[in-house]
Design a protein around this ligand. Sequence first.
Ligand code: UDP
Ligand code: MN
Length: 297
Amino acid sequence: MGTCHLAREPLLRDNFTGLLHLWARPEVLTCTSWGAPIIWDGTFDPDVAQQEAIQQNLTIGLTVFAVGRYLEKYLARFLETAEQHFMVGQRVVYYVFTERPAAVPRLPLGPGRRLRVERVSRQRRWQDVSMERMRTLHAALGGRLGREAHFVFCMDVDQFFSGAFGPETLADSVAQLHAWRYRWPRRLLPYESDPRSAAALAPGEGDFYYHAALFGGRVGALRRLTAHCARGQQQDRARGLEARWHDESHLNKYFWLHKPAKVLSPEFCWCPDIGRRAEIRRPRLLWAPKEYTLVRD
Ligand code: UDP
Ligand code: MN
């Protein structure tokens, strides 16, 4: 395994994090083979991360899609809990993408925080809503969102914040370990395996299985990521294919080819149905109960 950049150089500017103690969690993997930190509770100092971020006068974007019944079901709680926990003390701009801007709840926002609503068209199939996000995000990152934010997180709406999610998570590109999959051997990970798909990984390929409910990074890096995934999806569609886990399959392909600069432990996007695990100390985001019969057509 390579050495971790941040273990050698804890205050590396581009991954400024307050990252201090990769050795503080000896029971889990805290560094990837390519030297990126895997952030677990206790491996960073949130106050140092906060100070470093404030000095850089950042604006952090948070994008979320709420199309169809997902809006009423999940959006208010997602935004309310983001106000309590997401990048508190930083400048934040929410981007909500929906086909019904008038139905977006108008929450009181903290100082330095604003919400923008962008209209998107409604796709017939939920899979298409999910995949269409890559193209929409690519365009938004090339427009106002890309001009006003330095870093952006892109998240699913069917979850809510339960603990501090701060600037320790920022880096050039950020990937989330999938809560249900992080303990699985690589050969069992559900990558796309059809070699005709743009998302295909060959046997033996893949580092981790990343969750598409949360990814982020600097605007330029995310422009490249979203372009790659949107192009792959388009290519598959033209061949009459659809990757096994839709946009998530393409995201996993992208991060295999272009390794993330930082990886978030499953504490950052945890599924409560999994039950107690000793290594999951303080979940930051929790999956909302999946009520597909209520929200999907
Ligand atoms: N989404 C939406 N309306 C839909 C389908 C999806 O707004 O009809 C958005 C929403 O943000 C959702 C995300 O796309 O969280 C991904 O879909 P979903 O959460 O159902 O996928 P899963 O997490 O089950 O893979
Ligand atoms: Mn989801």
